[in-house]
Write a protein that binds this ligand. Structure first.
Ligand code: FO1
Length: 339
């Protein structure tokens, strides 16, 4: 294998990519050439305009994490960050005050916004920013078009009984503590895959859906018209790793998002949600569940998706690399073999 493509969100996707890169460097990925390339196709629907600046949380989390600029405690934003601008904005009473814009992070948004306003597409902006950060993977926005995830929540004061908030307000200000009635992906139907996205899937030797949010991260990428078709058509095996362990998400808000689209919060249910590639619209050849969900392996296999139960906690780079190796073994071995 020389070309591995990963469809990823923010923190979960970035951690998986760190482990995959570690496994590549250590030579512990079976059948993967030492000079293999990793392409990360990142979700851009968490993006938002704030204070006149374009903020791309998932692209930045992958770029900072792999470029060693991330604050690993928070999992987002820059290490050694300061918050003077945020404090000054608050002193002026400028909203929103609930979103943490750090001084160092602001430089990224200023550069990106200047380039976008000069006419560069997000893909070229991302390439330029990565020249500084050298993430060691090719980082592609899923689309150069504007797509935003908005969440409808209950609002007794509104005539419809609902109010729609941007995903970031749902996640950061509301801490995903209110039920999501429905999730809308503004602009998704009109979006086209970013430069290199379809080729990164159709020309891959392996495509991985890491344990990112299956609805608002991986799901959004698959929702870009043309991406699902590319996943269906690629000669590469497509393998996913369950973001749900023991009936709940490890981090983030996958549980709330799955519930809002009527999908059971289970490792097997997510696999069936993505569907077997042999089924119309399905994308998966194989699916890894955590050992705690070993009882769901048969259910996933019955859906036409190869499945194995392995440790799925990304506790460190070596553990994550082992997860990637198990995924590769699952799609490289004949059916029924252990991963
Ligand atoms: N997450 C938070 O929980 N609180 C924040 O104040 C916050 C600010 C922020 C600023 C820039 C950025 O790139 C990410 C930021 N995030 C913050 C994380 C972000 O909400 C998530 O990374 C994704 O959107 C969800 O995966």
């Amino acid at each position: 294998m020389k070309n591995i493509t990963v469809l990823c969100g923010g923190m979960g996707g970035a951690r998986f990519l760190q482990g995959l890169r570690h496994g590549l460097a250590e030579g512990t990925l079976p059948g993967v050439a030492p000079d293999a390339t990793i392409t990360a196709i990142a979700n851009t629907a968490d993006d938002l305009w704030m204070h006149g600046l374009k903020i791309c949380p998932d692209l930045d989390t992958v770029m900072y994490t792999l470029g060693d600029g991330i604050d690993s405690e928070r999992g987002w934003g820059r290490r050694e960050e300061s918050w003077s601008v945020k404090d000054e904005l608050a002193a002026y009473g400028v909203e929103p005050t609930w979103f943490g814009l750090g001084d160092r992070d602001l430089a990224t948004h200023l550069v990106r916004t200047q380039m976008l306003e000069a006419g560069y597409p997000l893909s070229e902006v991302t390439e330029a920013l990565c020249r500084r950060w050298q993430p060691g993977v090719r980082l592609l926005p899923m689309t150069d078009d504007r797509v935003e995830t908005h969440v409808a929540i209950a609002d007794p004061d509104s005539p419809s009984g609902r109010r729609v908030v941007h995903f970031q307000e749902y996640w950061v200000r509301l801490r995903a503590e209110v039920p999501a009635k429905t999730v809308v992906f503004v602009g998704l139907e009109a979006a086209t895959p970013g430069p290199g996205v379809v080729e990164a899937i159709t020309e891959a030797d392996l495509v991985v859906l890491p344990p990112s949010n299956p609805v608002v991260s991986v799901g959004t990428i698959i929702g870009v018209p043309g991406v699902r078709e590319a996943l269906h058509d690629t000669d590469a095996p497509v393998v996913g790793l369950s973001p749900i362990v023991g009936g709940t998400h490890v981090r983030g808000m996958a549980q709330q998002m799955l519930t809002s689209i009527g999908v059971e919060v289970g490792a097997g249910a997510v696999a069936r949600h993505f569907g077997a590639r042999s089924a119309p619209g399905g994308v998966l050849d194989a699916w890894l569940v955590d050992e705690r969900d070993a009882d769901q392996v048969a259910d996933v296999e019955a859906a036409g998706i190869a499945c194995a139960a392995v440790p799925l906690m990304m506790t460190d780079h070596a553990a994550t690399a082992e997860m990637a190796a198990a995924a590769i073994r699952l799609v490289s071995s004949p059916p029924g073999a252990t991963a």
